[in-house]
Design a protein around this ligand. Sequence first.
Ligand code: ATP
Length: 949
Amino acid sequence: MGSDPAPGTPAVREHHVSPADPGRAAVGRPRTPGPVAAVPCLPAADVFAALAGGPHGLTPAEAAARQARYGANDLPAAVRGGLGRRLLAQFTDLFAVVLLVASAITFLAYLLGRPRDAATLELAVAILGVVLLNAGIGFAQEYSAERTAESLQAMVPHTCRVLRGGEPGELPARDLVPGDVVVLEAGDAVPADCRLVRAQEVAVNNAALTGESDAVARVADPVPAGAVLDARNCVFMGTDVVAGTAEAVVFATGTATEFGRIFRLTAAAPRQQTPLQRQVAAMARRVAGAALATGAVVFALRVPSGQPFVDTFVFALGVMVALVPEGLPATLSVSLAIGVRRMARRHALVKRLLAVEALGSTSVVCTDKTGTLTQAEMTVVRLWANGVPHPVTGVGYAPQGEVADAAPVRELLRAAALCGNARLVPPDGRDAWRVLGDTTEGALVVAARKAGLDPAAEEARTPRVAEYPFDSVRKLMSTVHRAADGTYVAYVKGAPLELLARCTAVGRDGAPVALTDAARTEVAAAADGMAGQGLRVLAVAARRVAGPRPPIGDVESELTLLGLAGMYDPPRPEVRDAVDACRRAGIRIVMVTGDHPLTAEAVARRVGIVRGPDPTVVTGGRLDALDDGGLDALLAGSAELLLCRVSPEHKMRVVTAFQRRGEVVAVTGDGANDAPALKHADIGVAMGASGTDVAREAAVMVLLDDSFASIATAVGLGRSVYRNIRKFLIYLFSHNIAELVPILAATLAGFPLVPITAVQVLAIDLGSDVLPALALGAEPAEPDVMDSPPRPRRERLFSAAVVGRILFLGGIQALGVCAVFFWHIHASGIPYADFTKDTPAYREAITLVQAGIVVSQFFNALAVRTDRQSVFRAGLLSNPWLLAAGGFGIALMAAVSYAPPLQAVFNTAPLTAADWAVLTGFGALLLAAEECRKRLLRRHPAAAKEGNR
Ligand code: ATP
């Protein structure tokens, strides 16, 4: 296999099709009837040569050479504007603009003032500093959030099935090169631009390229010349296979693909704010409005006092700046991002921040069975043929074990193994025996080998000539094979009820006999018996057909039943505890499965989803018979609900019905057809290990380990993120009250100066408050986080209880701060009117106010850590980051009080040990008052419930 076009392929030469420069070919494609335009016109057999490959794929050496030449099959990370532009954007948000205007006015006031007041200049510079600092923090947050998103994305590997050197295997999609032969099936994302050379009932969704979301059929036959995008025998990177199976040859990779071309032209989509972020932004806007209004009121109150106009104006401006909640949006994003990272560490990969909050209020989880509740490690443990059960020994995919009395079940196993695409991979030192492809089909291959059959030899003896792929609506799969005598035989396997309905005969001692009603009942009873033991049951049938590609209706009718296979799939050991946790958390679990009701119930009992004697078991057929009202009544009726033998369309209907009832629904899915339900649910959950690319694309959360337990963990983490956000909001907003009240009190009392200057307020807001707020955002989950029912969907972040707590804590802080200020002023014995900025008692008093807020915020941070539980029980030291952040704030305050350069900037004075003791006493009082409030809440559960919000 050379890397140049094979010599002597006129079609190729004529059309200049060569992988030598696939990039140029791809880019020029739509406009010129040039090189790649020829690929769709070639017969399938010539395509390999055209792309200098062969039907067995490239050799590994050739693939490596091509990769070196063409580069990796991926697209560069989206560029979201230049760094400079993004930094500039930080200065255009509302707070930044308000603060910039404030800084400019203050600077003007300094210039116009006679004499010029250095403190006014300081304030102008400080406000500007705040804007810069905030912009820096915001920029860094955004950058790290993007990096997080990118690294999370990289955790879900995008692999594809490739033939290399005649051997099928799995490869990272980025390793594909032109000329590679890929195997595609329903649910796969198309990894590169490819020409189909074999197609069975293939349909693709080209929405990503054309915006048209209807599935379109694809074939392997040549088509007349035209635009490549319209060629019905090509599939393109970024689109999805929604049905069928195919083999295709890659003709363009990476940026040379159609998708790459569009990708280069499209700017990245703007990031969306989550509802929570919107609520906080709205609240912050309201507070900023209130700050402006308060500034205006203070200004109006102080003008008549005879103070210089400019001083009064700067004072009012200081009040306003004090109240603007700088740093809040950044803290919120950090907290959500921490949640995302924690979830990723626990195998739940959240693609959008939005999901973090929705997760916290999840009230219903609709879960699959196989792989999510069970290990998806199928072992055929029982066969049934000829009216007799045949136990099978051995566990897992190692073909070691025995089939009891194998002779009568050989034909059953031969058909089952031939009618499937899974491949058994022997241990390679690292892994044990494993299955490439569908695990159900893999288990059948293993059973066939245990009965002494060699599936590869059987396939060679009776080669497959057609396939009718499995889909979860038909619940059947069929293949047609050419027998040694030139006749054709079809094998069909699938769900027993579906298959039995299409059988007219049953194999008895190697010969078909009519399937009487009695025989039908006997087969159904055998299937039910296996399903009742929690086994997944497949029926297998065969028939002679007239030609190599008969219509599907002919293949899947008048069949002869060969027997049944029952396979065991052990439950995941961790699921039981997770189910218990969900129960305690008031989350309803509904199993939604395509499997048999008895299998479903047995598994549900094993993992604890069903405990009562009479769960409600509803089949897809019955769901079809229900109108929306009936469905609503059904969902409202039973706590233990199992939906069986359903198709993905049913899943979608059930999700919508739950949402109608006001539930927040998480739904799992792995197949391509699950995409609508995954998109529609509040939390679409896809499987990282076993799911299809399409499902992973549609979901907002991907489970790296596929386990239900990870959903429960993620819900717990989602709840704690929400709680943490509430904690730091209470923490941040309560101290604003402690800053504002003394200013208003001084104004009303006629004191001529401010009890705390704007520069001091900024030092608190950005120096000592930001780190504890971040540490609160990173609080570990409280142990009772899964002990209460889900948060109502419409609950507001700033509920009455939250605002009440802000007023309670802020009120106590304000009282303490006012007390120390006025006490110190009065103790000096100086009349109000004689106070100037340089009066030592004034400098001491404002230092006391600033330190008072810092110290009480330290205790406040401890107080807000728990909602109801005593913080002493939670462990005062259990969040060391918080203690360190609080300690840092106090150290900063000490520096402001004792370091001469800072004293000059802040107009502060050294505090005495007694001052610190008094302030600590006030802080301890705040903690004690909050402990009393929590105790009351614990004693009165009704109030506690409200207090929890
Ligand atoms: P689960 O909830 O266990 O994950 P599911 O909803 O994914 O199940 P499907 O995969 O749609 O269920 O399977 C439905 C039924 O179709 C199965 O019970 C089985 O009898 C049959 N079936 C499953 N896989 C195949 C296959 N590869 N070929 C033929 N029949 C199959």
